[in-house]
Ligand binder design. Structure first.
Ligand SMILES: Cc1cc2nc3c(=O)[nH]c(=O)nc-3n(C[C@H](O)[C@H](O)[C@H](O)COP(=O)(O)OP(=O)(O)OC[C@H]3O[C@@H](n4cnc5c(N)ncnc54)[C@H](O)[C@@H]3O)c2cc1C
Length: 391
């Protein structure tokens, strides 16, 4: 097979890339190793409404719940509430990703991309040492798909980056190891996404409860890889559920990883671009990556449409992608990485003190920067290291 662009992975990043590039006239092949796009789900499915609306028109069929905001609970139970439009990239809608991911791939197909499910990329083809497409297996049959540009949208476990010689390795301190239940319980707060902080309940991370309507919620935990072994998230999640939702019934279980490394050194190589989790573009504080993956997909699709017809696809030509994502998505990731690095060093007493210091402050309408500003003002000594981020 021959085409202008091969996109590996039909998650939010890959489908947006394929859609945008196909709309601009490129011949695009979108590969997905799973037989059903979006299934199984490895996500808590929260996204900001405004973030999503800038990228696609939301469709009721892929939204399970709309929330009013976020409740953030300190280790001692003290709580703050932030409104949905200020609470960051994970709060607003709770999606049904099985439907959402497939709908995005459908949009790519409607734009003209050839979508191939149950097709696993196995390696890069090379011409005179330069990547020139991928080898793949479709239901056990070997395929060669030649293309001058390969976009790796193959998620947190990305291999495309490694094949191209891009260093995407994550240290244990740069990955949140997660476990999640789809939980049914009458105690679930249907109106808010809840975040529970504390070194005992989730070392270096947090527990979440994202409602999906009808007393269902994605209740999960992320624990920093450097603070736990592989069995810890599931053990701590069980303990949390036993304590907080003793009558809760577990309908699904999943485990997964989220990169919280901040921007990596490079996301391009000759003939190769990485997008989304493959490029480590998720938010280091929340681990939310859907919106950033989609935004990066749009950028990569536009850049592919511009550069493929000109045949300018070596690493230096692809710097335009590096520049554009780092100036937009990257700025926020860099700031949030600094915030995360600081916060994972705090004790539960520190966390309690910070939340108490917001007593009497109307935090509902503050975004992260506004909230940090107030916290720094109220706790100048404790947050000295974050001062530069808010001035
Ligand atoms: C427990 C958990 C909870 C999360 N909660 C949230 C949340 O609430 N909100 C949020 O915004 N983000 C959340 N995330 C992160 C979010 O899921 C990711 O950031 C997002 O899915 C990234 O999109 P992507 O397209 O880059 O990768 P993915 O969605 O992972 O898609 C990659 C695709 O590539 C395919 N693939 C991989 N290798 C190959 C191959 N060799 N050949 C063909 N196909 C291949 C995979 O099958 C997959 O479909 C969560 C993650 C986890 C683990």
């Amino acid at each position: 097979m021959n085409c202008d662009l091969v996109v590996v992975g039909a998650g939010p990043a890959g489908s947006m890339t394929a859609k945008v590039a196909a709309e601009a006239g490129l011949e695009v092949v979108l590969l997905e190793k799973r037989q059903e796009i979006g299934d199984p789900v490895r996500c808590a499915e929260g996204v900001s409404k405004t973030g999503l609306k800038k990228l696609v028109e939301p469709d009721p069929s892929w939204i399970s719940a709309e929330v009013k905001g976020a409740r953030i609970r300190a280790p001692d139970g003290t709580e703050i509430v932030i409104s949905e439009d200020r609470a960051g990239a994970e709060v607003g809608y709770v999606l049904e990703r099985k439907v959402f991911d497939r709908a995005l791939a459908q949009k790519a197909a409607e734009a003209g991309a050839k979508v191939m499910v149950k097709t696993r990329a196995l390696g890069l083809l090379r011409e005179e040492g330069v990547p020139a497409g991928v080898s793949a297996a479709f239901v056990g049959e070997s395929l060669k798909i030649e293309a001058p540009l390969v976009i790796g949208a193959d998620g947190v476990e990305s291999k495309v980056g490694r094949w191209a010689g891009i260093d995407t390795a994550l240290k244990p301190k740069d990955i949140e190891t997660c476990a999640q239940f789809l939980l049914q319980d009458e105690k679930i707060d249907d109106e808010y996404c809840e975040f529970f902080l504390g070194n005992e309940i989730a070392p270096g991370g947090y527990v979440w409860s994202f409602p999906k309507g009808e007393n269902l919620a994605n209740v999960g935990i992320g624990v920093l890889g450097s603070k736990a072994d592989s069995g810890t998230p599931m053990r701590l999640l069980r303990e949390f559920v036993k304590e907080n939702f003793p009558a809760g019934k577990v309908l699904e279980i999943m485990v997964g990883g989220v990169p919280v490394s901040g921007p990596i050194e490079t996301t391009t190589a000759d003939g190769v671009i990485l997008v989304g989790d493959a490029a480590r573009q998720s938010d280091p504080i929340t681990g939310g990556g859907i919106i950033n993956a989609m935004r990066a997909g749009v950028l990569a699709g536009e850049i592919a449409a511009d550069l493929v017809p000109r045949g300018e696809l070596d690493k230096s030509a692809l710097q335009v992608y590096e520049k554009r994502w780092r100036e937009t998505i990257g700025k926020q990731i860099t700031r949030n990485f600094a915030v995360k690095e600081f916060f994972v060093g705090l004790t539960d007493d520190d966390l309690n003190r910070l939340i108490h210091s917001l007593d009497g402050v109307d935090v509902a309408e503050l975004d992260l920067k506004g909230l940090l500003k107030v916290l720094v003002r109220q706790n100048p000594k404790l947050l000295l290291k974050l001062r530069h981020l808010v001035v």
